[in-house]
Every structure is written in structure tokens, then in C-alpha cells.
Design a protein around this ligand. Structure first.
Ligand code: CA
Length: 234
């Protein structure tokens, strides 16, 4: 079954969405604010998210940025904000589609079907579950990373990681098992003007290995592909 997380603070709209989605055999979780949405998403990783932007506790864009650190589930923004700047901001933050309120239920359902079709296939829910990354918690033989709570532990002891170290790990974990080029990492973590500063990466990767790897000089999880980039294995 496809699990949809509805993030919306208008009770009547939530009810209408729940009825229509359940009638079409979707599993539905509903959250009336951003904090509830993030905690529900961590407990029951959704296959798709319908996200309002005007939420009582935080902006929907912020919910999306947090979710995007570890989830690749399609996010459909459903919002009354209708300027093109607002749409561009949402799409840049990781939205897959943008539906303007008021909307037709049939159109919303069609766009949801299209979004979930795109993510079906070999990279769908089952392989994501196997990596564990979709729950926001990554466990290896040596250490555990809770990407949502920003908690790292090694052999039961808490490890302190800096925001930059977390950001690097998030990018590597999102591409788990695949090579991430130096350029890509630098651009994503430090920004486009730092694309050639591979010495930054060497320093930070050495730091991460010291904190996380059992034998930092023979890393098992934070692997270097010499001259190319890095890979998270595990
Ligand atoms: Ca709202």
C-alpha cells in the first residue's frame, strides 16, 4: 500500500483528503503542524507527502528541507500561495509538484499517481527500507546516526558532530553505496564558489573518520575513491 502523509492545518481539508485517499486504497497519516509531520515521517516513512506551506508552527518549506535531508519520497506542495517566486522556492527546496488551492480533488489524485509512479521501480520503498535511510536512522556495525535528531553514537557513547559534518554525512548517505564526486560534495555543502577546494573535504573527511571509524586509517564506511570523490558504504 502507498502511504501518504498529509500535512495540513485545515481540519475540513484534512478530512476531505483522508476520505478520498482511503477510498483509493492509500494509507493516510495526517499532521496538523510541521513538528508532528516530521515525527510521523520518521516513524512511518511516507511514499508521498502532500504539504501545505502555511502551518501553525513553521513554514512548509522548512518541513520540506528537513525531510529532504533523508527522504526521497515525492513531495507535492498544496498551497494557496500562487506567485511564481513562491512556486520556484518550493521546487528549489525539493518539491516534486505544486498544486494551488483551491484545487480539484481529481486533479490532485492524478498528480499524486504521477508522482508515485515516478518513484516506483528498483529504487522504490523496499530498497529504501533495506538501507534504513528512509527512517532517518542509519545503523552500521560501528556507529549509529539519527539524521533527524542529529544524534550520533559509537559503541553506545554519544559523539558530537558539527553542522558541516552532518551535512557531509547527509549527502553521502543519500547516495549510499554510490560515488559522490568531490565537486558535488563541495558544491552542496559549501556552495558553488568552493567547488575546487578539495582540501576542505580532506580535512572534514579525516575528522569524520576519527570520530566514527574504528580504524580511521583503514576506513570501512567513509571510503575514498582516489582523485574522484567519496562513498558511504555500510
Ligand atoms: Ca494552512
Amino acid at each position: 500500500m502507498t502511504r501518504v502523509l498529509v500535512v495540513e492545518d485545515e481540519p475540513q481539508l484534512v478530512r476531505a483528503l483522508e476520505i478520498n485517499l482511503r477510498a483509493r486504497k492509500y494509507d493516510v497519516d495526517a499532521a496538523g503542524d510541521g513538528a508532528t509531520a516530521l515525527s510521523l515521517a520518521a516513524q512511518h516513512p511516507p511514499d508521498a507527502v502532500l504539504l501545505d506551506l502555511g502551518l501553525p508552527d513553521m513554514d512548509g518549506i522548512q518541513v520540506m528541507r528537513t525531510l529532504r535531508r533523508w527522504s526521497r519520497a515525492p513531495i507535492l506542495v498544496v498551497s494557496a500561495r500562487n506567485t511564481s517566486d513562491e512556486k520556484v522556492e518550493a521546487l528549489d527546496a525539493g518539491a516534486d509538484d505544486y498544486i494551488t488551492k483551491p484545487f480539484s480533488m481529481n486533479e490532485l489524485l492524478a498528480r499524486l499517481r504521477a508522482a508515485t509512479r515516478r518513484t516506483d521501480g528498483p529504487k522504490g520503498a523496499s530498497s529504501a527500507e533495506a538501507t534504513g535511510a528512509e527512517s532517518g536512522v542509519v545503523r552500521t556495525g560501528g556507529f549509529t546516526l539519527d539524521l533527524l535528531a542529529k544524534k550520533a553514537t559509537r559503541d553506545g557513547a554519544a559523539i558530537r558532530l558539527t553542522p558541516t559534518e552532518w551535512h557531509l554525512l547527509e549527502v553521502l548517505i543519500r547516495n549510499r553505496g554510490r560515488l559522490v564526486t568531490q565537486r558535488q560534495l563541495l558544491q552542496e555543502v559549501w556552495g558553488p564558489t568552493y567547488r575546487t577546494q578539495s582540501n576542505y573535504l580532506r580535512v572534514y573527511m579525516a575528522q569524520l573518520r576519527r570520530k566514527l571509524e574504528t580504524d580511521p586509517s583503514h576506513p570501512r564506511y567513509l571510503v575514498t575513491a582516489p582523485g574522484m570523490g567519496y562513498r558511504f558504504e555500510g
